[in-house]
Design a protein around this ligand. Structure first.
Ligand code: DAH
Length: 346
């Protein structure tokens, strides 16, 4: 009995100096485990009198339970402590925006090309178009061949191409590449747009860059005509500019459309008087378009006898420049924060 009575006091004393879960488990094993003093007492009971068996047995069980309760309580305490310590050491500062501003740093914002691209995507989505993506690195087939520009065609010279060393791959020169995969993966009728970066080995000036942005559009179905094309282009422009813009349609040549058009808008920078952006002519080429050439429909797995379509390739950078009155395309890629921060923030 003596051993038993001092057991709880000994346990309590050791419990005071236990601060880790692992140590607590060891302590529990030491006192009420199979090799512990309580187990010893129980083992020795077989030699005791029936009376002793009863009182010592009951007391031993009471002690075991008391120790288990104390271990349980301490366990909870330690678990909370360990969790708090873990939380403190992996703290995430969700007030980052404020602290960034306090330090006088600038919060990030959207690039004007992104703003306009998203706006136009929304306009087309509301008109039932899908938004597709395509790779920047293309093969000759998707960039030229399938778009009715065979190897010997002079139109390949219209686009100064960045070729890879294998002479088979290139950085896409236009988003028209998106047309081919888009057609192959669908059955008419369908309509989609495909925005993205395009690359040309150009001499840069106020209106030319080597990396710029286009938004391709395509609609294919039965009896799709120039009437449909003009309707969608007009709706698009009035939604984008939120005012009447003067447009003119000229014949234009692109191997992948027949007939092909150039849709120009009156320059919004100089109101048609002539400036560096419109190359002094007062009009800006914004929307080359046309009815999809039968060869291109065939490359996309579509029978030109049954279906027709229109396509267009919107120059996004020029549109951004018109919308925000930016008079040099090179600002768009310069990464100058004084420029970039003038647009919508997150
Ligand atoms: N891909 C042409 C270019 O980058 C633009 C273009 C013209 C796209 C006419 C079209 C189109 O879809 O119908 O110069």
């Amino acid at each position: 009995m003596l051993v038993l009575e001092s057991l709880l006091a000994d346990f309590n004393q050791e419990l005071q100096s236990t601060h880790r879960i692992a140590d607590l488990l060891n302590l529990k094993a030491k006192f009420i485990g199979k090799q512990g003093p309580l187990a010893d007492v129980m083992k020795n009971l077989k030699d005791a009198t029936p009376e002793e068996k009863r009182t010592i047995g009951v007391r031993a069980n009471e002690l075991k339970q008391a120790i288990e309760t104390l271990v349980g309580q301490k366990m909870q305490e330690l678990e909370i402590q360990e969790m708090n310590a873990a939380l403190a050491s992996t703290k995430i500062d969700i007030s980052l925006t404020d602290s960034v501003l306090e330090k006088g740093l600038q919060a990030a914002g959207y690039h004007p090309v992104t703003i306009v691209q998203q706006e136009i995507e929304d306009i087309f989505i509301s008109m039932g178009f899908e938004v597709l993506d395509g790779p920047h690195i293309e093969d000759e087939y998707h960039n030229f061949e399938a778009l009715n520009i065979p190897a010997t065609h002079p139109a390949r010279d219209m686009q100064d191409t960045f070729w890879f060393a294998d002479k088979k791959h290139l950085l896409r020169t236009h988003t028209s590449t998106i047309q081919i995969r888009g057609m192959k993966e669908r059955k008419p009728p369908f309509r989609f747009v495909g925005p993205g970066k395009v690359f040309r080995c150009e001499r840069t000036d106020a209106s030319h860059e080597m990396v710029f942005h286009q938004l391709e559009g395509m609609m294919v179905g039965e009896n799709v005509s120039v009437g449909n094309l003009i309707y969608f282009m007009k709706t698009l422009l009035s939604e984008i500019f939120k005012r009447d813009v003067e447009v003119r349609l000229r014949p234009g040549f692109f191997p992948f459309v027949e007939p092909g058009f150039e849709l120009d808008i009156k320059c919004l920078i100089c109101a048609g008087k002539g400036c560096s952006v419109c190359k002094q002519v007062g009009w800006v080429e914004l929307l080359p378009c046309g009815l999809v050439h039968p060869n291109v429909l065939r490359a996309g797995g579509i029978d030109p006898e049954k279906h027709s379509g229109f396509a267009f390739g919107l120059g996004l950078d020029r549109l951004v420049m018109m919308k925000y009155a930016i008079d040099d395309i090179r600002f768009l890629h310069a990464g100058d924060l004084r420029f970039n921060s003038q647009f919508k923030s997150f």
